[in-house]
Write a protein that binds this ligand. Sequence first.
Ligand SMILES: C[S@@+](CC[C@H](N)C(=O)[O-])C[C@H]1O[C@@H](n2cnc3c(N)ncnc32)[C@H](O)[C@@H]1O
Length: 277
Amino acid sequence: MGGTAEQILKVSAPDGILIGIDRDPQAIAHAQTRLQAYGSRIQLFCENFQRVKSVMNIVNGEHADGILFDLGVSSAQLDQPERGLSFQQDGPLDMRMNPTYGHTAEDLVNTLPETQLARIIHEFGEERYSRRIARAIVRVRRQSPLRSTLDLSRVIRESVPRSYRSGRLHPATRTFQAFRMAVNDELGSLQTGLDEAIDVLAPGGRLCVISFHSLEDRVVKQTFRRLAQTPDQWTILTKKPVSPSLQERRANPRARSAKLRVLERKPGWGDGQRGHT
Ligand SMILES: C[S@@+](CC[C@H](N)C(=O)[O-])C[C@H]1O[C@@H](n2cnc3c(N)ncnc32)[C@H](O)[C@@H]1O
């Protein structure tokens, strides 16, 4: 929605150019309004960031001096029940970050075979009761399809052991995360996005990634480690990821799981060697 972008524009004044990508049309529209004072210093695209190279082609940009991925969902998306991302508010089982494109969570929940449901819940939600939950979804949908977030949340709650229902985490947390990640192909987009970003990063440029859960962080960490195997070209600037301070976590609890990792392309490397990364 342009908050981070605005800070970058301020520190890169007077002539830094910012190219913003979000797959959510609402986020782009909001940022467009918020950042209009920056005129030709900004160009915003409603795109999946896995197409970062195509976006760079459109703007005739060869290199980027810095690239920031701020992953996951926004507070605005979480707070709109009609996006279907919250298990606490009733809404359609949608979960798409771009509501004009692709399959919804309702499609997946009501059509995938039980084994595939269990695999999604297990892999993307790291949910220990994935099989029980998948079995319950299939049993319930035989009677009538699951249409709303509360339908799904209820099935999950009723399928897990009583002790799990009263735990610290709401029993639907992991399953909702899993379907959201599947609906939006979050890990696939991240891997392609990072690979494309690496190709357009200028010598001396930095690639920064803020992730919000361990599966995303693993993709980032492994990609950075792979590149750092050629230390004449790449340096990892964050041996350990940077986490928000206690003060920041208190002020903004949704930031509590954020992890920032930064990779730098060695200055001077890359001129005349494009395409060999
Ligand atoms: C944590 S929010 C970013 C907030 C933003 N930095 C700001 O200051 O408002 C994450 C955003 O990333 C977007 N997003 C997630 N995956 C994406 C992808 N593969 N391609 C493009 N945008 C994506 C979401 O739509 C969401 O708006």
